[in-house]
Write a protein that binds this ligand. Structure first.
Ligand SMILES: [Mg+2]
Length: 210
């Protein structure tokens, strides 16, 4: 039977990219997150304007991204899920293919197993807009699998923030990975809060999710 692992990217497998941009470019406003601006689309419009005001084209951001490594042991964790626990790994991220591209190689993941958004770039090379590939949230991807009658028993989802809640709700085992206090406080009791990949592996082994 097919078992899926639906996994978020930023904050789970790779560091937060906007935080990195903010630090390296010395633009504090870029560190604003959905905790300060609750609506993701408004937040992205805010970020796009800040980038334009500071004359930062996509190529500059891509350059910065190349310096970032995946989180320590992320690749090994994915290999373990795939090889030892026989999960099919799907990445569900609210980030963009244009940013995430280098990480698929680093994590040995096929890009066609990922569900992200796209960026619209204007003729001057600046980010103009976001092309959202889903309307409501990450759960839409899982619902599509359910509609196709893919059996999802014992599937898992791993995320770190509020935008992951809807996908964590739809699987048998939902993990909140190193959540902030705010996220943790507002999460349902049946999400498993974990601080490391090792804790997830232990949970899967102990509960025989294999
Ligand atoms: Mg995240």
């Amino acid at each position: 039977m097919k078992k899926m692992a639906f996994i978020d990217m930023e904050g789970v497998l790779i560091p937060e990219l906007w935080k990195h941009f903010s630090t390296v470019l010395n633009i504090p406003e870029l560190a604003v997150t959905t905790r300060e601006v609750a609506d993701y689309k408004s937040l992205m419009n805010f970020r796009i304007n800040i980038l334009k005001e500071n004359n930062i084209p996509l190529t500059k951001l891509v350059e910065l991204i190349k310096e970032i490594d995946a989180s320590p042991n992320a690749k090994e964790f994915l290999e373990y899920l795939k090889n030892n626990k026989k999960f099919e790994v799907k990445i569900i991220s609210d980030c963009f293919y244009e940013f995430l591209d280098p990480f698929f190689d680093k994590l040995n993941l096929p890009i066609n197993n990922a569900y992200c958004h796209n960026l619209e770039i204007n003729s001057n090379g600046y980010i103009e807009n976001v092309i959202y590939n889903r309307k409501k949230g990450k759960h839409e991807i899982i619902v599509n699998y359910q509609k196709e009658k893919v059996p999802l028993k014992n599937s898992i989802a791993i995320g770190d923030a509020f935008n992951d809640f809807t996908m964590l709700h739809l699987v048998d085992h939902g993990f909140l990975f190193q959540p902030s206090e705010e996220v943790s406080k507002n999460s349902p009791f049946y999400f498993h809060k974990v601080e490391s990949y090792q804790e997830i592996i232990q949970y899967l082994t102990y509960n025989r999710v294999a």
